[in-house]
Write a protein that binds this ligand. Sequence first.
Ligand code: AHR
Length: 502
Amino acid sequence: VTARLTIDPHFTVGFVNRRLFGSFVEHLGRCVYDGLYEPGHPTADAEGFRQDVIELVKELGVSTIRYPGGNFVSGFRWEDSVGPVAERPRRLDLAWHSTETNEVGLHEFSSWLDKVGSDLMLAVNLGTRGTLEALDLLEYSNLPGGTTLSQQRIDNGRTDAFGVQMWCLGNEMDGPWQLGHRSAEDYGKLASQTAKAMRQLDPSVELVACGSSSAHMPTFGEWERVVLTHTYDDVDYISCHAYYQEKNGDLGSFLASAVDMDHFIDSVVATADHVKAVLGSSKTVNISFDEWNVWYLDRYENVDKIEGLDNWPVAPRLLEDAYSVADAVVFGNLLISLLRHADRVTSASLAQLVNVIAPIMTEPGGPAWKQTTYFPFALTSRLATGEALDVKLEADSYDTEVYGTVPLVDAVATHDAAAGTTSVFLVNRSQSDPATVSIDTAALGAVTVREAQTLADADTSAKNVLDDPERVGLSATEGIEVRDGGLTLTLPPVSWTAISLG
Ligand code: AHR
């Protein structure tokens, strides 16, 4: 396999917003309880948070964290999660057929965010609740004081307002599985009214309208058009959600999942800009890709799902996918797709963070460890700074069952003029052959390789699991040859690589 890549710092796509490296914590399975919060754990701090998890989240480099759902939020009463812990109600979580103890709520989660150095992004319940409850939560969170709700927050131990900037107007309202699922028309009206009311209270908030739960929803495209027609003046973002999995042993198509993500983003941008044109608006609505990952959804549907009127466990093991090397290569490629669209995707959340389709796993009373997907996220978050570049890539191709003929190599670059660094992120999708990539860096002047790391393994199904938590890791990229005006490197089959040039 061969590929040629040309990098020119003049050809910028857009600024890489730190919010692209966001994540998502839902009250689902063991994400919160027995995940980031486990009071009896040997590393737990005074508030019951696992410090080994805090360290891993910090190293992962996560900006904004979306909370508390997800599907969970559509049945959630936020008032349950504040005030004295002993008085908080136990509730049914219909989305995941579990019991929510409300031991961790807004105040506790905000305190945890301070420890990991991330910002809060809140979702309001527009499934089973409406504008008034959203306003109450906003008042409780962002009003400095002087009203009953803001005083309640102060009495509950938080003098300063939480100052939450990013707000999701519900979750996946296009999905028939969603509590309170609505038509685009009905949701669009509700989202518009709620957004207007929220801005009346706090004009500084940034608002996300629900887009489609995937590009394969039957309403995809039309949903965005109708919702944005109602909300265009009221919101800043439209959301995208996408999950990928290898189906029927078709690794070739799975490795090309980023082709689907590219198409998804391009389609939503086109739809948003269509509405902009029709409305004669000068404003641009961008994308918050606030759920993305590899997720073996079939396993949840067929094996893990909980049922029974007398069966509502607390923090059950749900969606605990163990990720392979191939999964991490696809995952790294999804990050490449997000970066390639940095002009319009200005916020994103990896779904999720701990135990639930997560880069970080924990065992109660035991260790916390990094999944294979941890590595591409941490490295991309650390190295992708400055501007995303429009690279020129010529690569050999292969045929896939699902996406037709696609390139065997995919890549993106970022350039940080202030730091004097350029980073390149690449994948080789070939299952059999290494890829020799020649990178033209003449427009950058003389360069040196500051760092180059690859994720690959002879066994593409290798995973990091409890019994062998460090089976897969990064290794120094081999055989990089720097010459005048460029460099050449070899990417192993099914691999992800990041290079930092200075
Ligand atoms: O991330 C898991 C679930 O996926 C979320 O709760 C939901 O929004 C999506 O369907």
